[in-house]
Ligand binder design. Structure first.
Ligand code: NDP
Length: 452
């Protein structure tokens, strides 16, 4: 049977665009549909604009430190509109880059919604029907508000942050995951009075306990008002802001409330009922290790599959899909030992098992140090950083590495190579220290702090 395309991709985010380009470069005929802006969550309303906001928000502290180092400097006020104009200019540029990447690879793209009419047919919103031998669903995810007894639509979600008309004077952030903690630090750094309500006992559930404890302590000492065991019980519009009653007692009015209470896969209204594709309990498209759904002609990658919701993972899933389907080389996606960073201030970089998870698995030695970094200690600041290695007692293999420090994201990328290679603690120690740096501690810790 002849198809219009060898591959049709639904979703123009990082994973979908990469799969489309690589398949086309290998000679496949490829179409792609994107209903919003090319680039998807990461480029348009996630990692990229977020990181630019992290940079913007870090200058206040940097200038303060510069003054303590002897510079004369007065930072003045932050002009949100000036930053926002530049930010949107950059996002327009990147969107263009993504469109050109597709064009130059020979991918036909359609800026409209696509749904699946049958296992080999795509229906575009304009009414056009397109046939394809393979369909790749790469529709990503979206932020969700909590379903509670108050009107959560009064609050914003992370997608809305980049389009705020003005910077609020105060903000309540609800949640304790990546997005809540990163935006709490960003807003605080930009001078917004920032409060965070997290329903559990400690923010960043699932990460190494000591590391998240230090991030929480530093966030508090930088000025974020963190309430744990706290959630929104009720909220209403009041005085141009939002009155919020906390489950733990307090009532307060905030200019804005941000719900950073998780994300959900974009699997609804895709026409999946016209196929055998299975959807899991959390709305995720169920796939096997090759990203194939229960409908053999249909694959899915990225956040819509809710495996590991990170851009570089979606990209690797897209590459593995092309290798499997178009290059005759079945390639499972490797989801083991993925380094990641949380761009809080200070950052947390992490790869492998937390101390708690490793201890459940086998006897371990924990090498850990926490200290005042030279740059801040010199000017009398109390900031602390932390470096931790979780090591198997039996094999000496480093099972986990956790760093809380400025630029921990950069450090963990490199430490991640060693951990992924299965390096032992002895091999870490064979590496000569780079002095004076913070990360030299990773190769100079001699005695375990704990064994268990
Ligand atoms: P997370 O799932 O990480 O965090 C959601 C938070 O909201 C948790 O603290 C959760 O609490 C809380 N929560 C959930 N439901 C409710 C509710 N009804 N009321 C109050 N609190 C609630 O989601 P995020 O949105 O922060 O991030 C989504 C994903 O995006 C991440 O998992 C990550 O994969 C990716 N991401 C990665 C980044 C990076 O690499 N730097 C940056 C941003 C996002 P509890 O802990 O109790 O469940």
């Amino acid at each position: 049977m002849a198809f219009d395309y060898d591959l049709f991709v639904i979703g123009g985010g990082s994973g979908g665009v990469r799969a489309a380009r690589v398949a086309a470069a290998g000679g496949a005929t490829v179409g792609l549909a994107e209903e919003s802006r090319m680039g998807g969550t990461c480029v348009i309303r996630g990692c990229v604009p977020k990181k630019l906001m992290v940079f913007a928000s870090s200058y206040r502290a940097s200038v303060g430190e510069a003054v303590d180092y002897g510079w004369s400097a007065d930072l003045g006020d932050f002009e949100w509109s000036k930053f926002q104009t530049r930010l949107h200019g950059e996002l327009d540029r990147l969107e263009n880059v993504y469109q050109n990447l597709l064009k130059n690879s020979g991918v036909d793209y359609f800026l409209e919604r696509a749904t699946i009419a049958d296992p080999h047919t795509i229906a575009l919103a304009s009414g056009k029907k397109i046939s394809a031998k393979h369909i790749l669903i790469a529709t990503g995810g979206r932020p969700v508000r909590p379903e509670e007894n108050f009107d959560a639509s009064l609050g914003i979600v992370s997608d809305d942050i980049f389009n705020l008309e003005t910077l609020p004077k105060s903000m309540l952030i609800v949640g304790g995951g990546y997005i809540a903690c990163e935006f709490a630090c960003i807003m605080n750094g930009l001078g917004v009075e920032t409060t965070l309500y997290y329903r559990g006992a400690q923010i960043l559930r699932g990460f190494d306990d000591e590391a998240r404890g230090l991030v929480a302590d530093q966030m508090k000492s930088n000025g974020v008002d963190i309430h744990t065991g706290a959630n929104v019980l009720d909220m209403k519009e009041q005085d141009g802001g939002y009155w919020v009653k906390g489950s733990h007692g307090p009532e307060a009015v905030f200019d804005k409330v941000l719900f950073a209470t998780g994300r959900t896969p974009n699997s609804d209204n895709l026409g999946l009922e016209n196929t055998s594709v299975e959807v899991g309990r959390r709305g995720e498209i169920v796939v096997d290790e090759y990203s194939q759904t229960a409908q053999p002609s249909i694959y899915a990658i990225g956040d819509v599959t809710n495996r590991v919701n990170l851009t570089p993972v979606a990209i690797r899933e897209g590459m593995a899909f092309v290798e499997t389907v178009f290059n005759g080389n079945p390639t499972p996606v490797d989801h083991d030992l993925i380094p990641s960073a949380i761009f809080t201030q200070p950052e947390m970089g992490t790869v492998g098992l937390s101390e708690e998870d490793a201890r459940e698995q086998e006897p371990i030695d924990v090498y850990c140090t926490s200290f005042k970094p030279m740059q801040q200690s010199f000017i009398g600041r109390d900031d602390r950083v932390m470096m931790k290695l979780v090591v198997s007692q039996k094999t000496d293999v480093v099972l986990g590495c956790h760093i809380v420090a400025p630029a921990a994201g950069e450090m963990i990328q490199l430490a991640g190579i060693a951990v992924k290679m299965g390096a032992t603690k002895a091999q870490f120690d064979q590496v000569c220290a780079v002095h004076p740096t913070m990360s030299e501690e990773l190769v100079t810790m001699k005695t375990p702090m704990r064994s268990a």
